[in-house]
Design a protein around this ligand. Structure first.
Ligand code: XUL
Length: 584
């Protein structure tokens, strides 16, 4: 993954470590100062730490919708990871900085023994981290982001401030089961003795940073936005929401501690890592963030740049200076750049929906191979004809027919609607010279596999475009660059069709190997903090160390060789009308 970074190391001997503590594994990537990968090690929880008996890193309690991970397992994973790096002969004495990007929303509950135990971490009698910190937790579990057990608390959060819109305005998101605030409130309700003996609550990111630094490290600001408690623009915890934790709001405030908005090091690594694994005592611990914020640090993103992940679900991450919250998506503070944000759109329907259309097209021709050839050929032919929403651009008729389909084999999040396949035709009469449009009519379009091919790509693209638009500060509300990642980014035609809708003014690229993105982003954050912070902007820093030659360009700044051809300018309005018609 780190291959596309140049290796123009500024501090020739320095190494940096980026950690990714995710649901199923702990990963560590060592890079040099030019962000070139030196080593990668990982610990898979289910395979490497079977004694904990987790399945894919977690315990699922189906009857209560709870999904939990044992904190001690993560401590063992840290020891194992460093042992593996050492065994690989990575010269850990060269480490100048470590940062991390961890699964978001999870929380760790420390008790009053934590601070002294962290400070006393050392290689006494070869006791490992789990042993030395075994009495430091008020709860031995951490709720995982897949947990759905906080319905009651979510309702309380929204009611407290006046509804989901208002909660999204304040905290960047409506209430979500996995978000840390509702999870902490649930702990207070259902395991009050654990809550009472909690003296400090960490997110997974600040937990791991605390272990590395040998002291309790504050929550980092971008990850704090995954809590439903942090007022993103005022940069403080919301007092009304803290009031949900009882009259003693100070109690929860003390437990949460301050939030860190700086990129500066929080300290040096604990002597434990120096003595046991030979890490340099000079190695700084840089605030750890969440995995999604970490991902945007792995590419040379500027404001108005977008990463679109084409996986089972579709996720779009945008860097924006416009704080335009909505209950439909998330806004987080940018993990490095002040007064900047990361918008995150998560769609349920992505690859599965496209595969369904592909299979229908293939089965009409008696083909069960699962090949994309037919799907791609149709999409390419339609694009070559200039087809936009079902009509060719050469049509001279004054009556305009625009097709929009909603292909949701699974219930959708954006918009929040049931599973369905709905195909609409919006008919408008263009009233000659006066160019006044008559009120539109909406018709249904018959199921037609061939029409569905461009239809699903247009619909997925227009949904992203209409939601991104308010967050983009460019005058024409177009993204600057798009980076396609994830499984379906292997399909160039899909990326081209989506780019045709989204018209990035400086092109679209495919970056297929993103599996280590958040660890790379974390390592980049560490390099920036140690080498560039304070004097150089993040954009200049990351730009300087990126080799664009390694990206596969799929869309060179507009169709027909121009940057201005926006074929879907009117399509956005058509799409919104169809959404209103169907879902309101
Ligand atoms: C984001 C979320 C997931 C986790 C995955 O809101 O819940 O992406 O961060 O680790």
């Amino acid at each position: 993954m780190a291959r596309y970074f140049s290796s123009s190391a500024l501090l020739p001997d320095a190494y940096y470590l980026g950690l990714d503590l995710s649901t199923q594994q702990l990963k560590g990537i060592v890079v040099d100062s030019g962000l070139k990968q030196i080593a990668l090690a990982k610990v898979e929880f289910e395979v490497d730490l079977p004694a904990y008996k987790t399945v894919k890193g977690v315990f699922v309690k189906a009857d209560t919708n709870e999904v939990l991970a044992p904190v001690a397992m993560w401590l063992d994973a840290v020891d194992l990871l460093f042992a593996r790096l050492k065994d690989m002969d990575v010269d850990l004495a060269r480490l100048r900085g470590v940062s991390g990007a961890c699964q978001q929303h999870g929380s760790v509950y420390w008790n009053e023994k934590a601070a002294p135990a962290l400070a006393a971490l050392q290689v006494k009698d070869a006791a490992d981290l789990a042993e030395q910190l075994k009495d430091s937790f008020a709860w031995d579990m951490s709720p995982n982001w897949q947990d759905h057990s906080t319905e009651q608390e979510c309702r309380q959060f929204e009611a407290c401030v006046g509804g989901p819109e208002r909660l999204a305005e304040i905290t960047g998101s409506k209430a979500h089961h996995r978000f840390t605030g509702p999870q902490i409130l649930k702990l207070k309700h259902r395991l009050p003795q654990c809550y009472e003996s909690t003296t400090r609550i960490s997110l997974v990111s600040s937990f791991l940073a605390s272990v590395l630094a040998g002291k309790l490290v504050d929550v980092e600001v971008s990850d704090a936005c995954g809590m439903n408690l942090w007022d993103v623009t005022k940069q403080e915890f919301n007092s009304d929401l803290l009031g949900l934790f009882g009259p003693d709001a100070d109690g929860i405030r003390r437990r949460l501690g301050p939030v860190n908005t700086s990129n500066a090091a929080v300290g040096s690594v604990s002597p434990y890592f120096v003595e046991k694994y030979g890490v340099s005592s000079d190695c700084k611990v840089i605030p750890f963030t969440g995995d999604n914020p970490g991902t945007i640090l792995s590419l040379p993103l500027h404001a108005n740049d977008v990463i679109i992940s084409l996986g089972t679900s579709t996720t779009a991450l945008v860097v924006t200076q416009n704080y335009v919250p909505s209950p439909l998506y998330h806004l987080f503070a940018h993990p490095v750049v002040p007064n900047s944000y990361m918008g995150m759109l998560c769609y349920c329907n992505g690859s599965l929906a496209r595969e369904k259309v592909r299979d229908e097209v293939n089965s009409a021709a008696g083909d069960t191979s699962g090949s994309w050839d037919r799907f791609n050929a149709i999409a390419e032919a339609e694009m070559a004809k200039g087809t936009i929403l079902g009509s060719s651009s050469s049509s001279s008729s004054s009556t305009k027919y625009k097709q929009i389909g909603f292909f949701f084999p699974l219930p959708e999040i954006i918009p929040s609607v049931r599973a369905q396949q709905t195909r609409l035709i919006l008919v408008t009469d263009d009233n000659g010279q006066q160019r006044q449009q008559q009120p539109h009519k909406v018709l249904q379009w018959e199921n037609s596999p061939a029409a569905d091919v461009l239809g699903i790509l247009e619909s997925q693209g227009l949904s992203i475009r209409s939601r991104l638009a308010p967050m983009l500060t460019s005058s024409d509300q177009r993204p600057r660059r798009i980076y396609f990642v994830g499984g379906a980014s292997a399909n160039k035609v899909i990326c081209e069709a989506l780019s045709r809708v989204l018209v990035p003014s400086e092109g679209a690229y495919r970056v297929q190997d993103m599996k280590d993105a958040c660890a790379v982003g974390a390592a980049a954050k560490a390099v920036y903090s140690v080498e560039g912070g304070g004097t150089k902007s993040w954009e200049d820093f990351i730009e300087e160390r990126t080799d664009y030659g390694e990206f596969a360009e799929v869309f060179g700044g507009g169709l027909d060789g121009t940057t201005d051809t926006d074929l879907y300018k009117d399509g956005v309005e058509v799409f919104k009308k169809c959404e209103e018609y169907c879902f309101q």
